[in-house]
Design a binder for this molecule. Structure first.
Ligand code: MEV
Length: 326
């Protein structure tokens, strides 16, 4: 018997980086998924493989040995078993993710969330979504320096979320549905490096960064209202302002700025970098009637671009081989 799970990627609509220091962020789960399959093994071992990284590892006695890139997955399995007071009796964990890695779409969080959900279901542990996202912190801390938790929260719950450290999440229901385009520079970077960079700036220029964080906070609250009232023109303007704030804390990149300009010139209502910055992805809010033009504009300046849909469900797990691949 095999058990499966899938968890979505995310984009940050407003408020990244500042949310690490207590400001709110507005995030959205998107229809790119990390899929995980868990099966029993005869031997008392843990086998982990990742199709994307093209690596696998067999863990025998000591879980701590092994390839660094697989550590977050190993920690996700280990934390789940520990949470249930169980020890590993032989498990095979296969990760297959369609989320581009290292470009700010929350690939690592989705892999951890999906691994936790599949492992828990496989060993008969009934975890709540709250348990899943909280366990995923153990893996996220290995990858991102000081993560706010927005990535794994969005991947776990799905939908559009108003997120703030230490507060209950609030689901946001946009009216009408916004059309978002993701533009990928293809420049892979480590989010933690940019979180550290902002942390250093905050130490050196505390007043400035706090002022910008206050502005980001107002943008997020205005943004929630704009989405719920269907004021997409305003939401687009807020995205543009947010991009300026992110430029001021030094996390943009010339390619991101190029894509953002191209999207705006092609008629996007707003555009900004998304996630950690320094490369990775940007997002644009397109008018439903001309999203193709925005996609083409981003492609025209050298980006990969795609229209993304909202994932409303978050992580899902099941035991049913006929749904292999979800
Ligand atoms: C990463 O998707 C978002 C950041 O704000 C980091 C975090 O919140 O953990 C850059």
């Amino acid at each position: 018997m095999a058990t499966y799970a899938k968890a979505p990627a995310k984009i940050i609509l407003l408020g990244e980086h500042f949310c690490v220091y207590g400001a709110p962020a507005l995030s959205m789960a998107i229809n790119f998924y990390a899929k995980v399959k868990v099966e029993n093994l005869e031997k008392n071992e843990l086998h982990i493989s990742s199709k994307n990284f093209g690596v696998s590892e067999v863990y025998r006695k000591d879980f701590k040995e092994g390839k660094k890139v697989l550590n977050p997955i190993r920690v996700a399995v280990e934390s789940t078993l520990k949470h249930g007071g169980l020890t590993c009796k032989g498990l095979k964990v296969e990760v297959d993710s369609e989320i581009p890695v290292g470009v700010g779409l929350g690939s690592s969080a989705a892999i951890s969330v999906s691994t936790i959900a599949a492992t828990a279901k496989h060993v008969g542990l009934n975890l709540s979504k709250e348990d899943i996202r909280s366990l995923a912190f153990n893996s996220e801390r290995l990858i991102h320096f000081n993560p706010s938790g927005v990535d794994q929260t969005t991947s776990t719950y799905g939908g559009i979320l108003l997120y703030r450290i230490g507060e209950p999440i609030r689901r946001v229901k946009p009216q009408p549905q916004p059309v978002f385009i993701v533009g990928n520079t293809g420049i892979r970077r480590v989010t933690g490096r940019f979180v550290k960079k902002v942390g250093k700036l905050r130490e050196e220029k505390t007043k400035l960064v706090e002022e910008l964080a206050k502005k980001a906070e107002s943008l997020v609250f205005e943004g929630v209202k704009a989405l719920e009232e269907g004021n997409l023109n305003l939401f687009g303007r807020l995205m543009n302002l947010n991009h300026e704030l992110l430029c001021r804390i030094g996390v943009s990149h010339e390619k991101l700025n190029l894509f953002v300009d191209a999207a705006r010139k092609a008629g996007a209502l707003g555009a900004k970098l998304t996630g950690g910055g320094g490369g990775g992805c940007m997002i644009a809010l397109a008018k439903p009637e001309n999203w193709v033009g925005v996609v083409e504009a981003i492609r025209g300046v050298g980006g990969e671009a795609y229209k993304v849909e909202i994932d409303w469900d978050g992580v899902q797990s099941w035991v049913n081989p006929s749904r292999l691949g979800g």
